[in-house]
Design a protein around this ligand. Structure first.
Ligand code: MGD
Ligand code: MGD
Ligand code: SF4
Ligand code: MO
Length: 693
């Protein structure tokens, strides 16, 4: 494919999006001129989002980093000089070797996430390298860790209702997810269900695009979802809408739960959540009365202090009504657990000389870099942009600005993070590389092979870590293994029955291969929880010091209807910064086409909150708290309940303007899973003209 100048070639969307679309790349004169959906892909069926339809604007962006660079200016300034790959590798390995000798190998920290979901590059050769040199571990809990923990305590593994089923649901509840923007193919399936009579309900803190499309939008106060779920459970028990035989056979603890939820009266839940009592009753009755209700659990409600418990409480609902036994019903948060590859073969943890090495949580990278004891002396950042995406930006910035920190950033662009690097390495795009992809929603495994040559001197993650491993004199066989051989190793995972029959040859022939879903039919019979059943009461949680049954715990910094902000409160508003439609996290925020579609950062503020501050629609405002400030334009709207302000999108820093949402967000960890708490922030808002920064 790489040598053919013209033609249409199969590809995979590499972005951190559950849909993992099959793509077609249209080449003319050796250049990709168009990206379209692959109609042959059974789930994504040729439809793709606007972001990726314009992917060529990113791949051929004139600001792509094309050569290795060495910093010449101060950290953060963005002045660099071109160097050769030989010089870059020599400098990195020289500095790493020196740091290991002087301070020990744990002074080196990798920092990565899923900017490209290909497993060879982010859960493969990179891991081998950091294991072999004995670097600190990075706890990668910035995305879905809190909810994963809450779900797993209840259901055992990241496996739920599969996409194809959901078109048979007769009630679809989208809870804390903006799927019109973030997973468009679930919308397509829900539309099919709707045509057959299903109703779509959205439960969210603001009237996002998905809420505008739904049949019924239920707004609530941030972080109060567990209370709402418990209120529904209370009504289900009280009105006899539970499925007793399912509960007896497949769950533990339903009797305790029925007693426990008595404190979540409709009256109290209404006060906490801001949802009117009649709406709570209507919702519970719709759910209890549906034949096959399906709940999609989004990411939004778990980025809170109580995020694990929000998901845990909702995850109990399908069991109460026996929805798991219906065609179309059930729930899904992440389906990533079906396709698990052979991580031992991919990542080679056996290479590590120090399995007990320390772990640094990626949400607290600012604090960790500022820690004096056992200082982090070197960072290698790839597939992530922490100066934009990690909480508490001011501290992250201070940490990255440390003169005694040696930082390497491997990326396609001079991101806000790369500006702080000592060495910047040019990354190949996924269309220039070979990698293996699975989806955390559907069940098709896919392969990408290069369609165009790397731009400039760009290299893939696999190539970079392979070069570094060899230059450090590490085990040659491990670091010379080629991509196809790594894929074979990844697919050879006998402990995962779902992966049987997925082979490299099949992938090369068909481009996407379905997992063997035979075990799915009976998955309720052997759930990987301690009891083997759905745990409404969890002893494991008790042992971990958590409440064994779902509870509502208020946000540490924040408000609900039972505990509203007071007159004198310094920061009386809740600030939420979920993704926007045209960026993917901070990816695309530097592409003019995508920027133009989003225009500028906007703060949605309720008329009541705007009026109190004499703020009018369209005027510049400053949002602030003790952590930092964010400048944007006010949009006065009744999209959310009073007391909540919203700004969508992770923008890069503006020209002379503070426009990174994470300047305001806390680096506290969630109740379970050590997850991020981006959305549990409180702030004040003022007219820009009234504030001197
Ligand atoms: N266009 C686009 N698509 C994306 C991404 C992107 O940045 N842009 N990011 C990708 C990634 S990495 C992820 S993890 C997913 C995330 O996608 P989603 O699962 O959709 O999650 P979020 O967009 O984080 O939040 C969804 C909604 O939750 C709401 N919310 C916040 N707090 C609460 C709460 O306490 N209760 C309730 N009920 N709702 C709340 C937010 O207002 C928002 O509307 O999307 C992926 N797809
Ligand atoms: N305030 C707030 N903060 C958030 C969120 C939020 O909703 N609100 N969402 C959170 C969530 S859910 C997530 S998942 C994180 C995501 O945070 P990140 O994973 O950091 O996501 P991106 O901002 O997309 O950055 C990915 C980077 O990887 C680079 N990249 C792409 N492909 C490759 C490659 O092949 N090799 C290398 N070396 N680099 C590559 C891209 O150019 C880009 O700069 O952000 C979190 N931060
Ligand atoms: S970002 Fe998501 S919806 Fe868009 S093309 Fe990629 S996988 Fe498909
Ligand atoms: Mo995410």
């Amino acid at each position: 494919m790489i040598n053919q100048l013209n033609g249409v070639f199969p590809a995979v969307c590499p972005l951190d999006c559950p849909d993992t679309c099959g793509l077609l790349l249209h080449k003319e004169d050796g250049k990709i001129v168009k990206v379209s959906g692959n109609p042959a892909h059974p789930i994504t069926q040729g439809a793709i989002c606007n972001k990726v339809r314009h992917m060529t604007e990113r791949i051929y962006h004139e600001e792509r980093v094309l050569y290795p660079l060495r910093r010449t200016g101060t950290k953060g300034e963005g002045r660099f000089e071109r160097i050769s790959w030989e010089e870059a590798i020599k400098e990195i390995t020289g500095r790493f070797t020196q740091i290991i000798q002087e301070h020990g190998s744990e002074a080196i920290l990798p920092y990565s996430f899923y900017g490209n979901m290909g497993v060879l590059g982010v859960d493969g050769m990179d891991r081998r390298f950091f294991h072999a040199i004995g670097a600190s571990y990075l706890e990668q809990t910035i995305c879905s860790a809190a909810g994963d923990a809450g779900w797993k305590y209840t259901m055992g593994a990241n496996r739920g209702t599969v996409p194809e089923e959901t078109e048979h649901a007769d009630l679809i509840v989208i809870w804390g997810g903006n799927i019109v923007s973030t997973r468009m193919h679930q919308v397509v399936l829900a539309e099919k269900a709707r045509k057959k009579g299903a109703k779509v309900i959205v439960i969210d803190v603001h009237r996002n695009r998905t809420a505008q499309w739904a049949d019924w939008f239920i707004p609530l106060h941030p972080g109060t979802d567990a209370a709402l779920a418990l209120g529904i459970i209370h009504v289900l028990f009280k009105e006899g809408m539970i499925n007793e035989s399912f509960l007896t056979r497949y769950t533990v603890g339903h009797e305790q739960l029925s007693e426990h939820v008595k404190e979540y009266t409709t009256e109290r839940v209404s006060l906490i959540t801001g949802v009117p009592q009649e709406d709570i009753l209507k919702l519970a009755r719709l759910y209890g009365g549906a034949k096959a209700p399906y709940i999609h659990i989004g990411n939004g409600l778990q980025h809170h202090d109580n995020g694990g418990m929000n998901v845990r409480a909702i995850a109990c609902l399908p069991a109460l009504v026996g929805a798991w036994h219906t065609h179309g019903g059930g729930a899904a948060k992440s389906n990533g657990g079906y396709a698990s590859f052979n991580s031992e073969a991919l990542e080679r943890p056996d290479l590590r000389p120090n399995p007990e090495a320390r772990t640094i949580n990626m949400n607290q990278i600012g604090a960790a870099l500022l820690e004096e004891e056992n200082k982090i002396r070197a960072m290698f950042v790839y597939c992530s942009n922490p100066l934009v995406v990690a909480p508490d930006t001011e501290r992250v910035e201070q940490g990255f600005a440390r003169e005694d920190l040696f930082t390497v950033v491997h990326d396609l662009f001079m991101t806000d993070t790369a500006k702080y690097a000592d060495i910047v390495l040019p990354a190949a795009s996924s269309f220039e590389s070979t990698d293996l992809y699975s989806s955390y929603w559907h069940q098709y495994v896919q392969i990408q092979e290069p369609v165009i040559p790397p731009q400039g001197e760009a290299k893939s993650n696999v190539e970079v870590f392979s070069l570094l491993g060899q230059a450090m004199g590490l085990d040659e066989k491990t670091f010379c293994e080629d991509e196809l051989s790594m894929i074979r190793g990844a697919l050879n995972n006998p402990v995962n029955p779902y992966l049987q029959g997925v082979t490299l040859e099949a992938l090369q022939e068909h481009r996407f291969v379905k997992l063997d879903m035979t075990p799915y039919d009976s998955f309720l019979d052997h759930l990987p929880t301690p009891s083997g059943k759905i745990e409404l009461y969890s002893k494991a949680m008790e042992q971990a010091g958590l409440p064994p049954m779902p509870v509502y715990a208020p946000l540490l910094e924040g408000y609900d209807g039972e505990r509203p902000a007071g007159q004198g409160d310094q920061y009386p508003l809740m600030f939420l910064s979920p993704p926007n439609h045209n960026f993917l996290n901070s990816t695309f925020a530097n592409v003019p086409k995508h920027q133009k579609l989003e225009k500028q950062p906007v703060l949605q503020i309720h008329p009541r909150d705007a009026e109190n501050r004499k703020i009018t629609d369209g005027e510049p405002v400053i949002v602030f708290n003790d952590r930092g400030t964010y400048e944007l334009i006010a949009k006065v709207t009744e999209s959310m309940l009073p007391g909540t302000v919203i700004s969508q999108g992770l923008w890069w820093e503006g020209e002379g303007r503070k426009q990174r949402a994470n300047r305001l967000t806390p680096d506290r960890l969630s109740d379970m899973g050590n997850g991020a708490t981006f959305f549990s922030a409180t702030v004040q808002v003022r007219k820009k003209e009234d504030v001197t920064i």
